[in-house]
Design a protein around this ligand. Structure first.
Ligand code: ATP
Length: 756
């Protein structure tokens, strides 16, 4: 018999009260832990024992307690969000799921971390495959008060398993999705869906590609995966770090809250333009130049350019012999000898700056012999290097040898190459290209701020070709390796003593590494971000379809284990040398280890807007299926003519905002039109300030972001650009509630659905 309405209300009240008691106990425990951590932190700071060992121990304790304090501080809102009831042979079990794991003072688990294996059934249970779960409950908690419950009861006998994409916790999900946008992405721990959970908990090794249409949760799932991996493989990942590569700085800011809200603050976040330490490029090259710089063939050109800087006297000065004016007079090294030295150095197949040591030493010795001959003073063989060293102190000697085989930094190589059309043509010829082919690379001079995003992979490639003369640092490294073993033994002792080892919070090697070079304050993330040769434990690449083959080379150098999560949508590729196939882009680096998962449900864009975008997708990428929207709500999409041109835009933007019930509006226009749009909307913010009510962006800037409503301006101008249909597809799919297409020219045929 079904319950009457008052009966149902009172049993709901009872359930709420019971859950409230549990949740209150969890917060009570959280408060206790906070107080304990606070006390330990101040105790650690007050310790005033002397000696290096005591100092390191004090700093270590303080650092770890401060970290623990931050972790406990980050989980206040939504500490517990779910419960599963499981049936076991020995009786039922109620398991609570939350942002972190908690045990009571008796060491009984009262809350399971969402990333722990024990939490898995909360996300993985479906009616067809309940995973032992008899009921899943979502708890809505605001400011420590339980305000609502959503239950799903699984009855495997009666429900079929036909729908693979069965949603979990639909009511909780839709409530989460209807919230207004804030300009910052939030976490989704409470409502992760089954297909996303598979991605989040996939194995650490190999290349996992997550292909999915707009709004399928690729970004948010990738970030939860980072948190899951850091939790599950802390020993490896804490030491080597996790790198997250995103498309632009605004995007990195947009997603910047997610990992801290999951209690993980230590991932390194970079754009491709920021992967080379010391450079933070944001500007892009024009399409044609970007295409040229993106293909791996450019690496041959760079190799040829380096080779061009390794010269015989004939190539450098047009003289057969090397002639150097020194204090003793003009010294001559015969052309043949110089050619032999240069040829031998090239044949060593060492990086340029490393082989330079050989060239310079060999030529200095020849100059020493030439000096002894000139002065008529015989020179003992063992004295030759000393005389060479003395000659090296003379400017003309250094200048002459630099002209033959200069020490090059990546920046200098590229700057001088791009500034010199003849050098470009020479390197191009050597790499099998016509001068017309390489001419677009020419640009005048340029300072550090002029590097483009596309230059960064070239700088990285150049750094590999040039290498470092690191004989001194290698000797130091050998000494350091011996010291490291000692430090790790010591760190192990500290960890055992402080109890951090048992908590699994940190490994001895991780602790020793942190203290080694930069003192206790430097995290793995800080050290990794500053070191070009750092190799990460795992790399996540978002909007990965935009990466050129050269950018992939740069990324892959940072993860030799090929442990990567690559998320993107081939239908949204906008960049000149971006990907058209995942296996094509990635198989060469990880043969047989590339695994593609697909996400097919769109959590962002309501179905009526997605239908408009799907028409564009058929032109942009006919082989891709549009994702299925879970949302139907929002205002119907519409097209509005602009008889007065852009002057009509401000009123339209206001109308759109009202139509979609307030919230954040993005006005999206082509590269060519965005300046004029900003001129009529002087109060609109740019990509740097997504918290504003109205922002004006290009499609490239809007990639990966979302807004309550979107006004797409002059779709014909967007379509006219290379990969224009992809850009229009990106622009249309940013909206969560409302879409208006504003057009001065007739509406393009691909948007004819909006005329109905
Ligand atoms: N399981 C979920 N629960 C609640 N919200 C979700 C869930 N999955 C995705 N979302 C929300 O859907 C929106 C789109 O997610 P996200 O930006 O990760 O998609 P995307 O696939 O990266 O999109 P794009 O390709 O357009 O960049 C976000 O607001 C995200 O929080």
């Amino acid at each position: 018999m079904s319950q009457s309405a008052p009966e149902a209300r009172s049993s709901e009240q009872e359930a709420l009260a019971a859950e409230q008691a549990r949740v209150t106990a969890m917060y009570g425990r959280l408060d206790e832990l906070r107080t304990r951590t606070e006390t330990r932190l101040s105790d650690a700071r007050l310790q005033d024992r002397t000696g290096y060992a005591a100092l390191v121990e004090r700093e270590t304790r303080a650092f770890e307690h401060a970290r623990e304090r931050a972790r406990l501080g980050a989980v206040e809102e939504g500490l517990c969000f779910g419960r599963i009831d499981l049936s076991h042979d020995d009786g039922p079990e109620a398991r609570y799921i939350g942002r972190i794991g908690l045990r009571d003072s008796e060491y009984e688990t009262i809350l399971v971390d969402w990333r722990a294996p024990a939490a898995r059934p909360f996300y993985a249970a479906t009616p067809g495959d309940p995973n032992g779960v008899t009921r899943r409950r979502h708890l809505r908690v605001r400011r420590r008060r339980v305000t609502g419950l959503d239950d799903e009861v699984f009855d495997a006998d009666r429900l079929s398993d036909t729908d693979r994409r069965q949603l979990v916790g639909e009511a909780a999900l839709l409530t989460a999705l209807r919230g207004a946008r804030t300009g910052r992405m939030g976490d989704i721990v409470a409502t992760i869906q089954t297909e996303q959970d598979r991605v989040i908990r996939a194995r650490l090794d190999g290349v996992l590609v997550v292909q999915g249409g707009p709004g399928t949760g690729k970004t948010v799932a990738a970030l939860h995966r980072a948190a899951y991996l850091l939790y599950t493989h802390r020993d490896v990942l804490e030491r080597r770090g996790v790198l997250v590569v995103g498309p632009n700085p605004a995007f990195l800011r947009y997603i910047g809250d997610v990992l801290p809200s999951l209690g993980e603050a230590e991932a390194v976040m970079r754009t491709v333009g920021g992967l080379f330490p010391g450079v933070s490029a944001v500007r892009h090259d024009p399409y044609e130049v970007a295409a040229l710089k993106g293909e791996t063939r450019i690496a041959d050109l760079l190799r040829a350019a380096v080779r061009d800087r390794q010269r015989t006297p004939r190539e450098a000065f047009g003289t057969g012999d090397l002639l150097v004016e020194t204090d003793a007079g003009v010294l001559t090294v015969p052309g043949q000898v110089c050619e032999h030295v240069v040829r031998t150095a090239r044949g060593l197949r060492l990086a340029h700056n490393v082989a330079r040591k050989y060239t310079v030493n060999a030529l200095l010795e020849e100059l020493a012999r030439a000096e002894s001959a000139l002065l008529g003073r015989p020179l003992a063989e063992e004295d030759v290097p000393f005389v060479g060293e003395r000659l090296w102190a003379e400017d003309p000697v250094r200048e002459a040898l630099d002209a033959l085989w200069p020490h090059l930094t990546p920046e200098r190589l590229l700057r001088e190459l791009f500034a010199d059309p003849e050098a470009l043509a020479r390197a191009g010829r050597r790499a099998g290209r016509s001068p017309g082919d390489t001419a677009p690379l020419h640009r005048d001079g340029g300072g550090p701020r002029d590097w483009t995003v596309q230059d960064v992979p070239l700088l990285d490639e150049a750094a590999e070709l040039l290498g470092r003369d690191d004989s001194a640092s290698r000797a130091a490294a050998r000494r350091a390796a011996a010291e490291r073993a000692d430090e790790e033994r010591y760190a192990q002792g500290v960890l055992e003593y402080t109890g951090l080892f048992e908590d699994g919070m940190m490994s001895a090697a991780g602790l020793a590494a942190r203290h080694r070079d930069d003192g206790p304050g430097a995290t793995t993330a800080e050290r990794a971000g500053a070191d070009r040769e750092w190799t990460y434990g795992h790399v996540i690449v978002d909007e990965a379809q935009e990466l050129s083959p050269m950018a992939w080379r740069t990324v892959m150098r940072r993860v030799p284990t090929r442990s990567l999560t690559v998320v993107g949508d081939l239908a949204q590729t906008g960049s000149a040398a971006g990907a058209s196939s995942w296996t094509g882009a990635l198989e060469p680096y990880a043969p047989g280890k590339v695994h593609v998962e697909r996400l097919r449900v769109n959590y962002r864009t309501p179905a009526p807007i997605m239908a408009v975008a799907a028409d564009v997708l058929r032109v942009a990428a006919p082989e891709e299926e549009p994702p299925e929207s879970v949302r139907e709500d929002g205002a119907p999409p519409r097209a509005v003519a602009l008889p007065g041109g852009l002057a009509d835009l401000p009123a339209l933007v206001e109308a759109e905002r009202a139509r979609a019930g307030g919230g954040k509006v993005a006005v999206i226009a082509s590269e060519g039109r965005i300046g004029a749009v900003r001129a009529v909307l002087p109060d609109a913010a740019g990509a740097g300030d997504l918290g504003q009510g109205v922002v004006a962006l290009t499609a490239t800037e809007a990639k990966g972001l979302e807004f309550d409503s979107v006004v797409v301006v002059d779709p014909d101008a967007l379509l006219a650009a290379p990969r224009g249909a992809n850009d229009l597809y990106v622009a249309l799919t940013r909206a969560t509630r409302g879409l208006t297409v504003a057009h001065a020219a007739p509406l393009p045929a691909v948007l004819s659905r909006l005329e109905e």
